[in-house]
Ligand binder design. Structure first.
Ligand SMILES: [Zn+2]
Length: 170
């Protein structure tokens, strides 16, 4: 779970969003003068438009059923989504990168932890196989490398390891 979206980013998204464009995706709007647009209300059944949008103040209002709000609450109601989901959708729409209270915008902490554990596991395996190359059982491997012109320094530099035979008899 990502953290809380920063307050100022929510305000920024609200300010930068043209509510008319957002509502236009759901409702056919027509200019009604004085910077107001009208359409059939998506929240109640009607034949004559009483749903108004005022882009200048960034709000909508329905004189029929009383629904009222801004671009965020509009998306919330239309998509049946949470406040945060609505803000994220609107931010994505205008290409705005949100910041979160815990400082993360990218992958969440769980993902980072998983990646780190994989890196750790890889490192441990790497160390194990390198150490195996120095054991008595790896004499054959060392001879092979030596024959190819690899000395110990070169083997370490290139991370050459030796996988011991476990549980097999030859
Ligand atoms: Zn209405």
């Amino acid at each position: 779970m990502a953290g809380l979206i920063k307050r100022e980013d929510i305000d920024e998204v609200r300010q930068r969003t043209d509510i008319k464009e957002v509502v236009d995706g759901y409702v056919t709007l027509k200019g009604a003068g004085l910077g107001t647009f009208k359409g059939l209300c998506p929240f109640h059944d009607e034949r004559s438009p009483s749903f108004t949008v005022r882009p200048q103040v960034g709000r909508y209002h329905c004189f029929g059923c009383g629904e009222d709000g801004d671009a965020i609450s509009f998306v919330q109601k239309m998509d049946h989504s949470s406040f945060h989901e609505a803000v994220e959708k609107l931010a994505a729409r205008i290409g705005y990168e949100l910041r979160y209270e815990d400082g993360g915008t990218g992958p969440n902490r769980e993902e980072v932890g998983k990646r780190q554990r994989l890196l750790d596991a890889h490192k441990i395996a790497d160390e194990f196989f390198r150490a195996q190359l120095l054991t008595a059982g790896a004499a054959e491997g060392r001879n092979f490398l030596h024959g190819r012109g690899f000395d110990r320094t070169a083997a370490e530099q290139f991370g050459v390891g030796y996988a011991p035979r476990v549980g097999t008899r030859c």
